[in-house]
Design a protein around this ligand. Structure first.
Ligand code: S3P
Length: 163
């Protein structure tokens, strides 16, 4: 199963719960990337640029997509056509659709994860980024889950119920 959605939509947290419930591993592509790049995502962006990051991210998706696991992706995974193709060919891609205002407030309050593409952005800029990506999430998903007013546990239950 692969979880997709915008930054801050809960892919990592929901993925962890799903993996526990299904008793299979969780692979978080952002975490794997940090291990693989041997530096933080923001350092990699600053040193090598977004394109190089997207290349590494796509390689990891291709590698882990064969695993019997819950895969939590980074929010930009749908930007490359090759990745959208891979996702569209599956039946277990879950888009965590989250209210824009909630996403903006989560991103602005998250001091733990430094996200180069959300850093120093106005709410209007974040909203524009989200709106531009929305069609890509929708076309790549097999299932769309509305997450508004639901806990990660409830979201995980709903995903398992749909399966
Ligand atoms: C990105 C999302 C991040 C991370 C990188 C770029 C994006 O992952 O991969 O900062 O372009 O949306 P999360 O969705 O886990 O925050």
């Amino acid at each position: 199963m692969i979880l997709i959605g915008f930054m801050g939509s809960g892919k990592t947290t929901v993925g962890r719960i799903l993996a526990e419930k299904l008793a299979i591993p969780q692979f978080d592509l952002d975490e794997k990337l940090v291990e693989n790049l041997e530096m933080s995502i923001s350092e990699y962006f600053a040193l090598h640029g977004e394109n190089a990051f997207r290349q590494k991210e796509s390689e990891l998706l291709a590698k882990y997509s064969h695993a019997q696991a819950v895969i939590s992706t980074g929010g930009g995974i749908v930007l490359r056509e090759e990745n959208r193709k891979l996702l569209k060919n599956r039946k277990d891609v879950i888009f965590l659709s989250t209210d824009t205002n909630e996403l903006i407030s989560r991103l602005q309050n998250d001091k733990k994860n430094i996200r180069p593409l959300a850093q120093d952005k106005t709410p209007e800029e974040i909203q524009a980024l989200l709106e531009g990506r929305l069609p890509f999430y929708e076309e790549s998903a097999s299932v769309i889950i509305e997450t508004k007013n639901k806990t990660p546990e409830e979201i995980a239950e709903e995903i398992l119920f749909q399966k």
